[in-house]
Ligand binder design. Structure first.
Ligand code: AMP
Length: 309
Protein backbone atom coordinates (compact mmCIF):
# COMPACT_ATOMS: atom_id res chain seq x y z
CA UNK A 1 0.00 0.00 0.00
CA UNK A 2 1.30 3.46 -0.90
CA UNK A 3 2.79 5.84 1.64
CA UNK A 4 2.63 9.55 0.93
CA UNK A 5 5.38 11.55 2.63
CA UNK A 6 5.68 15.30 3.01
CA UNK A 7 8.88 16.77 4.42
CA UNK A 8 12.16 18.41 3.59
CA UNK A 9 14.08 17.51 0.44
CA UNK A 10 17.33 19.31 0.96
CA UNK A 11 21.02 19.78 0.52
CA UNK A 12 23.10 19.14 3.64
CA UNK A 13 26.62 20.07 4.69
CA UNK A 14 27.85 17.63 7.31
CA UNK A 15 30.89 17.20 9.54
CA UNK A 16 31.48 14.05 11.54
CA UNK A 17 34.64 12.50 13.05
CA UNK A 18 34.86 10.39 9.85
CA UNK A 19 35.02 13.38 7.48
CA UNK A 20 33.04 16.20 5.93
CA UNK A 21 30.70 16.74 2.98
CA UNK A 22 29.97 20.26 1.69
CA UNK A 23 26.83 19.43 -0.20
CA UNK A 24 24.99 16.15 -0.32
CA UNK A 25 21.41 15.26 -1.00
CA UNK A 26 19.47 15.10 2.25
CA UNK A 27 16.21 16.09 3.83
CA UNK A 28 13.86 14.19 6.08
CA UNK A 29 11.51 13.15 3.24
CA UNK A 30 14.46 11.93 1.14
CA UNK A 31 15.78 9.59 3.84
CA UNK A 32 12.28 8.44 4.77
CA UNK A 33 11.31 7.72 1.14
CA UNK A 34 14.50 5.78 0.38
CA UNK A 35 14.17 3.61 3.50
CA UNK A 36 10.43 2.97 3.03
CA UNK A 37 10.89 2.16 -0.68
CA UNK A 38 12.31 -1.28 0.23
CA UNK A 39 8.92 -2.21 1.73
CA UNK A 40 6.16 -0.41 -0.13
CA UNK A 41 5.47 2.15 -2.92
CA UNK A 42 6.29 5.72 -1.85
CA UNK A 43 5.09 9.12 -3.11
CA UNK A 44 6.70 12.41 -2.12
CA UNK A 45 5.37 15.93 -1.63
CA UNK A 46 8.04 18.63 -1.33
CA UNK A 47 9.48 21.65 -3.07
CA UNK A 48 12.97 22.10 -4.50
CA UNK A 49 14.88 24.93 -6.19
CA UNK A 50 16.91 25.21 -9.38
CA UNK A 51 19.89 23.53 -7.69
CA UNK A 52 17.97 20.23 -7.56
CA UNK A 53 18.50 18.59 -10.94
CA UNK A 54 17.96 15.25 -12.70
CA UNK A 55 20.93 13.67 -10.86
CA UNK A 56 19.27 14.34 -7.48
CA UNK A 57 15.81 13.32 -8.66
CA UNK A 58 17.17 10.04 -10.03
CA UNK A 59 18.35 9.04 -6.53
CA UNK A 60 14.64 8.77 -5.72
CA UNK A 61 13.25 7.55 -9.03
CA UNK A 62 15.85 4.75 -9.28
CA UNK A 63 14.27 3.34 -6.12
CA UNK A 64 10.84 3.53 -7.79
CA UNK A 65 9.77 6.53 -5.69
CA UNK A 66 7.03 8.64 -7.26
CA UNK A 67 8.36 12.22 -7.43
CA UNK A 68 5.46 13.88 -9.28
CA UNK A 69 4.64 15.69 -6.03
CA UNK A 70 8.06 17.39 -5.87
CA UNK A 71 7.46 20.90 -7.12
CA UNK A 72 10.32 22.72 -8.86
CA UNK A 73 10.39 26.50 -8.35
CA UNK A 74 12.93 29.30 -8.88
CA UNK A 75 15.32 29.77 -5.94
CA UNK A 76 17.43 27.53 -3.72
CA UNK A 77 16.45 24.23 -2.10
CA UNK A 78 16.25 23.82 1.67
CA UNK A 79 19.78 23.83 3.08
CA UNK A 80 20.90 22.45 6.42
CA UNK A 81 24.37 22.14 7.90
CA UNK A 82 25.17 20.17 10.98
CA UNK A 83 28.06 18.85 13.03
CA UNK A 84 28.48 15.65 15.02
CA UNK A 85 31.96 16.51 16.30
CA UNK A 86 30.74 16.96 19.89
CA UNK A 87 28.17 14.18 20.01
CA UNK A 88 27.56 11.44 17.44
CA UNK A 89 24.09 10.87 18.85
CA UNK A 90 22.82 14.40 18.36
CA UNK A 91 23.39 16.84 15.51
CA UNK A 92 24.45 20.35 16.36
CA UNK A 93 22.69 22.54 13.79
CA UNK A 94 25.07 25.11 12.35
CA UNK A 95 22.71 26.62 9.79
CA UNK A 96 19.14 26.15 8.54
CA UNK A 97 17.97 27.91 5.37
CA UNK A 98 14.35 27.17 4.53
CA UNK A 99 14.67 28.85 1.09
CA UNK A 100 11.93 27.57 -1.26
CA UNK A 101 10.07 25.96 1.68
CA UNK A 102 9.32 29.42 3.05
CA UNK A 103 6.48 30.09 0.59
CA UNK A 104 5.49 26.52 -0.25
CA UNK A 105 1.84 25.66 -0.67
CA UNK A 106 1.58 21.86 -1.08
CA UNK A 107 -0.57 20.47 -3.89
CA UNK A 108 -1.65 16.83 -4.08
CA UNK A 109 -1.04 15.58 -7.66
CA UNK A 110 -3.79 13.54 -9.33
CA UNK A 111 -3.31 9.91 -8.46
CA UNK A 112 -1.88 10.61 -4.99
CA UNK A 113 -5.20 10.84 -3.17
CA UNK A 114 -5.68 7.08 -2.82
CA UNK A 115 -2.59 6.81 -0.55
CA UNK A 116 -3.61 4.92 2.59
CA UNK A 117 -0.64 5.89 4.73
CA UNK A 118 0.64 9.40 5.37
CA UNK A 119 3.97 10.34 6.91
CA UNK A 120 4.45 13.93 8.05
CA UNK A 121 8.25 14.05 8.03
CA UNK A 122 10.16 16.85 9.68
CA UNK A 123 9.12 20.23 8.24
CA UNK A 124 7.08 23.30 9.26
CA UNK A 125 4.04 21.97 11.18
CA UNK A 126 1.84 24.32 9.12
CA UNK A 127 2.81 22.35 5.99
CA UNK A 128 2.30 19.05 7.82
CA UNK A 129 -1.21 20.17 8.85
CA UNK A 130 -2.00 21.41 5.35
CA UNK A 131 -1.16 18.05 3.73
CA UNK A 132 -2.99 16.17 6.49
CA UNK A 133 -6.14 18.23 5.82
CA UNK A 134 -5.88 17.50 2.09
CA UNK A 135 -5.74 13.72 2.72
CA UNK A 136 -8.89 13.09 4.81
CA UNK A 137 -9.27 9.42 3.79
CA UNK A 138 -5.89 8.05 4.91
CA UNK A 139 -5.91 4.99 7.16
CA UNK A 140 -2.89 5.83 9.33
CA UNK A 141 -0.87 9.01 9.90
CA UNK A 142 2.55 9.13 11.56
CA UNK A 143 4.76 12.15 12.04
CA UNK A 144 8.10 13.47 13.19
CA UNK A 145 9.43 16.86 14.23
CA UNK A 146 12.54 18.41 15.79
CA UNK A 147 13.72 21.04 18.28
CA UNK A 148 13.66 23.78 15.60
CA UNK A 149 9.86 23.45 15.27
CA UNK A 150 9.15 22.55 18.92
CA UNK A 151 10.85 25.71 20.15
CA UNK A 152 9.22 28.33 17.91
CA UNK A 153 6.12 26.75 16.38
CA UNK A 154 4.52 25.07 19.40
CA UNK A 155 0.91 26.06 18.65
CA UNK A 156 0.99 24.82 15.07
CA UNK A 157 2.71 21.64 16.19
CA UNK A 158 0.03 21.04 18.83
CA UNK A 159 -2.57 20.99 16.04
CA UNK A 160 -0.59 18.34 14.14
CA UNK A 161 -0.12 16.17 17.23
CA UNK A 162 -3.85 15.97 17.88
CA UNK A 163 -4.40 13.93 14.72
CA UNK A 164 -1.48 11.51 14.73
CA UNK A 165 -1.68 7.73 15.04
CA UNK A 166 1.99 7.73 16.02
CA UNK A 167 4.63 10.36 16.70
CA UNK A 168 8.27 9.34 16.15
CA UNK A 169 10.70 11.62 17.91
CA UNK A 170 14.20 11.70 19.49
CA UNK A 171 14.41 11.30 23.24
CA UNK A 172 15.90 14.78 23.72
CA UNK A 173 13.11 16.26 21.64
CA UNK A 174 10.46 14.25 23.49
CA UNK A 175 11.69 15.69 26.79
CA UNK A 176 11.76 19.18 25.26
CA UNK A 177 8.25 18.86 23.83
CA UNK A 178 6.88 17.62 27.16
CA UNK A 179 8.97 20.00 29.31
CA UNK A 180 9.83 16.94 31.40
CA UNK A 181 13.17 15.25 32.09
CA UNK A 182 11.97 11.75 32.82
CA UNK A 183 11.28 9.72 29.67
CA UNK A 184 8.21 7.84 30.94
CA UNK A 185 6.56 10.97 32.31
CA UNK A 186 7.44 12.84 29.09
CA UNK A 187 5.87 10.02 27.05
CA UNK A 188 2.62 10.14 29.02
CA UNK A 189 2.45 13.89 28.65
CA UNK A 190 2.97 13.66 24.88
CA UNK A 191 0.31 10.94 24.57
CA UNK A 192 -2.08 13.30 26.35
CA UNK A 193 -1.41 15.86 23.57
CA UNK A 194 -3.05 13.58 20.99
CA UNK A 195 -0.85 10.92 19.35
CA UNK A 196 -2.27 7.41 19.88
CA UNK A 197 1.25 5.98 20.08
CA UNK A 198 4.72 7.37 20.60
CA UNK A 199 8.03 5.99 19.35
CA UNK A 200 11.01 7.54 21.09
CA UNK A 201 14.29 7.10 19.22
CA UNK A 202 17.44 6.79 21.35
CA UNK A 203 20.06 6.96 18.58
CA UNK A 204 22.66 4.24 19.12
CA UNK A 205 20.62 2.78 22.02
CA UNK A 206 17.48 1.80 20.08
CA UNK A 207 13.91 2.98 20.40
CA UNK A 208 10.99 2.66 22.83
CA UNK A 209 7.30 2.72 22.02
CA UNK A 210 4.55 3.90 24.36
CA UNK A 211 0.84 3.46 23.72
CA UNK A 212 -2.24 5.47 24.56
CA UNK A 213 -5.47 3.82 25.72
CA UNK A 214 -6.94 3.37 22.24
CA UNK A 215 -4.10 1.83 20.18
CA UNK A 216 -4.73 -1.83 20.97
CA UNK A 217 -7.71 -3.41 22.76
CA UNK A 218 -5.84 -5.25 25.58
CA UNK A 219 -4.00 -3.49 28.33
CA UNK A 220 -1.08 -5.98 28.04
CA UNK A 221 -0.65 -5.12 24.34
CA UNK A 222 -0.05 -1.53 25.36
CA UNK A 223 3.01 -2.28 27.52
CA UNK A 224 5.99 -0.19 26.36
CA UNK A 225 8.33 -2.01 23.98
CA UNK A 226 12.08 -1.46 23.57
CA UNK A 227 13.81 -2.39 20.29
CA UNK A 228 17.62 -2.51 20.11
CA UNK A 229 20.03 -0.67 17.86
CA UNK A 230 22.94 -2.51 16.28
CA UNK A 231 26.28 -1.82 18.00
CA UNK A 232 28.51 -0.59 15.15
CA UNK A 233 32.29 -0.18 15.16
CA UNK A 234 32.05 3.04 13.13
CA UNK A 235 29.19 5.47 12.67
CA UNK A 236 30.28 7.42 9.59
CA UNK A 237 27.36 9.87 9.41
CA UNK A 238 24.32 9.81 11.72
CA UNK A 239 22.35 12.23 9.49
CA UNK A 240 19.05 10.74 8.45
CA UNK A 241 19.15 7.84 10.92
CA UNK A 242 15.88 8.98 12.50
CA UNK A 243 14.12 9.44 9.16
CA UNK A 244 15.43 6.09 7.92
CA UNK A 245 14.14 4.51 11.12
CA UNK A 246 10.74 6.06 10.37
CA UNK A 247 10.89 4.81 6.76
CA UNK A 248 11.63 1.23 7.81
CA UNK A 249 9.04 1.37 10.58
CA UNK A 250 6.17 2.84 8.55
CA UNK A 251 7.15 1.12 5.29
CA UNK A 252 6.90 -2.25 7.01
CA UNK A 253 3.54 -1.38 8.59
CA UNK A 254 2.16 -0.28 5.20
CA UNK A 255 3.29 -3.59 3.66
CA UNK A 256 1.23 -5.62 6.14
CA UNK A 257 -2.50 -6.34 5.88
CA UNK A 258 -3.29 -4.79 9.27
CA UNK A 259 -1.66 -3.23 12.28
CA UNK A 260 -1.36 -5.68 15.17
CA UNK A 261 0.88 -5.43 18.25
CA UNK A 262 3.25 -7.97 16.62
CA UNK A 263 3.43 -5.91 13.40
CA UNK A 264 4.15 -2.78 15.45
CA UNK A 265 7.00 -4.54 17.26
CA UNK A 266 8.53 -5.95 14.06
CA UNK A 267 8.21 -2.46 12.53
CA UNK A 268 10.35 -1.11 15.41
CA UNK A 269 13.01 -3.67 14.46
CA UNK A 270 12.85 -2.77 10.75
CA UNK A 271 13.19 0.87 11.79
CA UNK A 272 16.40 0.03 13.64
CA UNK A 273 17.65 -2.00 10.68
CA UNK A 274 17.20 0.90 8.22
CA UNK A 275 18.71 3.40 10.69
CA UNK A 276 21.76 1.16 11.09
CA UNK A 277 22.33 1.07 7.33
CA UNK A 278 21.89 4.85 6.95
CA UNK A 279 24.77 5.67 9.31
CA UNK A 280 27.30 3.40 7.58
CA UNK A 281 28.08 5.95 4.83
CA UNK A 282 27.71 9.69 4.27
CA UNK A 283 24.33 11.05 3.22
CA UNK A 284 21.99 8.71 1.38
CA UNK A 285 24.80 6.59 -0.14
CA UNK A 286 24.09 3.36 1.72
CA UNK A 287 20.31 3.59 1.44
CA UNK A 288 20.49 3.85 -2.34
CA UNK A 289 21.99 0.43 -2.92
CA UNK A 290 20.52 -2.07 -0.49
CA UNK A 291 18.61 -5.18 -1.32
CA UNK A 292 15.92 -7.05 0.56
CA UNK A 293 18.27 -9.93 1.45
CA UNK A 294 20.70 -7.59 3.25
CA UNK A 295 17.75 -6.10 5.10
CA UNK A 296 16.43 -9.52 6.17
CA UNK A 297 19.93 -10.68 7.22
CA UNK A 298 20.28 -7.63 9.43
CA UNK A 299 16.78 -8.13 10.80
CA UNK A 300 17.90 -11.62 11.88
CA UNK A 301 20.93 -10.05 13.58
CA UNK A 302 18.63 -7.67 15.48
CA UNK A 303 16.56 -10.65 16.59
CA UNK A 304 19.65 -12.46 17.88
CA UNK A 305 20.84 -9.35 19.66
CA UNK A 306 17.79 -9.30 21.90
CA UNK A 307 16.70 -12.94 22.04
CA UNK A 308 16.62 -14.44 25.51
CA UNK A 309 16.40 -18.21 25.28
P1 AMP B 1 17.64 13.12 11.10
O1 AMP B 1 17.00 11.85 10.68
O2 AMP B 1 16.98 13.71 12.30
O3 AMP B 1 19.13 13.01 11.20
O4 AMP B 1 17.32 14.17 9.91
C1 AMP B 1 18.31 14.76 9.13
C2 AMP B 1 17.70 15.53 7.99
O5 AMP B 1 16.77 16.50 8.46
C3 AMP B 1 18.75 16.30 7.21
O6 AMP B 1 18.96 15.69 5.95
C4 AMP B 1 18.23 17.73 7.09
O7 AMP B 1 18.21 18.19 5.76
C5 AMP B 1 16.83 17.66 7.65
N1 AMP B 1 16.53 18.82 8.51
C6 AMP B 1 17.35 19.45 9.38
N2 AMP B 1 16.73 20.47 10.01
C7 AMP B 1 15.46 20.48 9.53
C8 AMP B 1 14.30 21.30 9.79
N3 AMP B 1 14.33 22.32 10.65
N4 AMP B 1 13.16 21.01 9.11
C9 AMP B 1 13.13 20.00 8.23
N5 AMP B 1 14.17 19.21 7.93
C10 AMP B 1 15.33 19.43 8.57
Amino acid sequence: MSILVVGSVAFDAIETPSGTRDRCLGGAATYFALAASYFTPVRVIAVVGEDFGPAEESVLTLRGIDTRGIEHVPGKSFFWSGSYMKNLNEAQTLNTELNVFQSFSPKIPPGYDDSEYLFLANIDPLLQADVRAKMPKVKMVCGDTMNYWIRDHADNLARVLRNLDALLINDGEAKMLAGENNLVRAAHKILSMGPKALVVKHGEYGATSFFGDTTFPDHAQRTPFRAPALPLAEVVDPTGAGDSFAGGFFGYIASQPRLTPAVFRRAMFYGGVMGSFAVERFGTERLQQLDRKEIEDRFALFRQLSHLD
